[in-house]
Design a protein around this ligand. Structure first.
Ligand SMILES: N[C@@H](CCC(=O)N[C@@H](CS)C(=O)NCC(=O)O)C(=O)O
Ligand SMILES: [Fe+2]
Length: 230
């Protein structure tokens, strides 16, 4: 299996390429990096079947539509997003095949109401979007975010994976690239096993983060799967 972690420095977003037997999926592409991603996919001789969104992003526009136009890939994201232009609306428990491999879809709301985590078939790797970040988590103060839902998602859908399962997040703002279930259970300062739901709710209510600079452009565009013109 081919696995690549790609980074967009402007938004600190990670994009993940997974491929097997010539068929690829790309998780969370960024519009400004669509050329980079298309060239890499071509150089590796892959056919891009799907772009998969972990959620309707607030901080950048997805590259899903641009890659669909360029490579003929299809777009999948949560049914709960009700996005225009999606080729497949995903539900908890669905699976997405590429070559002889697949990723399982887990509904992990909290950062937004339509957040998904994609788990590789052998449960060795999960792509958590902004549900679990490395020693952190996505904010819960817009897009129907909810600290209660996020706490439940992490405990039920992420911490139930094997301790050795590697977690690859949607962003990192400090230079980390990956973590594991074991590490986050032990060391996540917000959501680790030592933290109660009440600790977490208080922490999330007091983050006082600035709104993402691009939110007013990004959310409407992402509700059209990144279609920006025409
Ligand atoms: N400064 C960034 C903020 C990005 C942001 O708010 N990111 C969201 C994910 S879409 C988040 O949950 N961040 C968590 C954090 O900053 O701790 C921007 O303007 O885009
Ligand atoms: Fe996000």
């Amino acid at each position: 299996m081919i696995f690549r972690q790609l980074f967009d420095p402007a938004s600190s977003t990670y994009t993940y390429l997974l491929a097997d037997s010539g068929e690829a999926v790309l998780i969370d592409p960024v519009l400004e990096q669509a050329d980079r991603d298309a060239v890499l996919i071509g150089e590796l001789g892959l056919m891009l079947l799907w772009t998969l969104e972990t959620h309707v992003h607030a901080d950048h526009i997805t590259g899903g539509w641009a890659l669909k136009e360029r490579l003929g890939s299809r777009i999948a994201l949560s049914a709960a997003a009700q996005a225009a232009g999606a080729d497949r609306a995903l539900h908890d428990g669905d699976s997405i095949q590429f070559g002889s491999r697949f990723v399982e879809v887990r509904s992990t709301p909290g950062h937004t109401a339509s957040c998904l985590t994609y788990v590789l078939d052998d449960r060795s790797i999960a792509f958590t979007g902004d549900c679990v970040l490395i020693r952190g988590c996505g904010r819960t103060d817009f897009q129907d975010g909810s600290s209660a839902h996020l706490y439940e998602s992490v405990r039920e859908k992420i911490f139930s994976l094997p301790d050795t399962c590697l977690l690859y997040p949607g962003h990192d703002y400090r230079g980390f690239t990956a973590t594991s279930v074991r590490e986050e259970k032990a060391h996540n300062p917000r959501l680790g096993l030592a933290r109660s739901e009440q600790d977490f709710a208080e922490c999330m209510a007091n983050l006082k983060l600035a709104y993402p600079k691009k939110i007013d452009i990004a959310v409407p565009a992402n509700l059209r799967c990144g279609r920006t013109a025409g």
